[in-house]
Design a protein around this ligand. Structure first.
Ligand code: ZN
Length: 173
């Protein structure tokens, strides 16, 4: 293994570690009957915040996991900007959350599985590639993608079986 390769392996181990924590959060959403998406915010290899998707319970359409970790971290750090942070989220973010990541000046986004219907990073739109924003965010995708996608699939499958009305239009709804 070359030194470069060992750095990549180390990064991968870190990414999987943090994504596993985000997955734990997604499981909390599923148990609460919310679309299972989880997120954590990390800086200098330290956990700043962790949250699960909770719009139904909190009567808040903006209570996606990503928004909730940004809110928690901003409040605990006393700063509306979060430079130098990495946000891990199990599913590709939606339009609203990509916007919030830019406002917060998050440095890097790491997501697990793609969200083909509403993803605003690579699937439906590529918002972070739009040239008019004054802040760029590095993107890494595919970390624990199978586990992140499976928890979503299982959630919707169980819901269809239970016949509980309509599926939401987008992840997090
Ligand atoms: Zn969102």
């Amino acid at each position: 293994m070359t030194p470069d390769e060992s750095v990549v392996v180390e990064d991968q181990v870190q990414h999987e570690h943090w994504m596993a924590l985000a997955l734990e959060q997604a499981k909390i959403s599923a148990e609460a009957g919310e679309v299972p998406v989880g997120a954590v915010l990390v800086a200098d290899n330290e956990l700043l915040a962790a949250a699960h998707n909770a719009p139904i319970a909190s009567h808040d359409p903006t209570a996606h996991a990503e928004i909730r970790v940004l809110r928690q971290a901003s409040q605990s750090l006393g700063n509306y900007r979060l430079p130098g942070t990495t946000l891990y989220v199990t599913i590709e973010p939606c339009t609203m959350c990509v916007g919030a990541l830019i406002h917060a000046r998050v440095e890097r986004l790491v997501f697990g599985a793609r969200e083909p219907r509403a993803g605003a990073v690579v699937s439906q739109q590529r918002l972070l590639e739009a040239g008019h924003y004054n802040h760029g965010i590095q993107v890494i995708e595919g970390i624990l993608a199978d586990s992140c996608g499976q928890i979503m699939q299982a959630f919707f499958r169980d819901r269809r079986r239970a016949g509980q009305g309509q599926e939401p239009d987008v992840a997090g709804d």
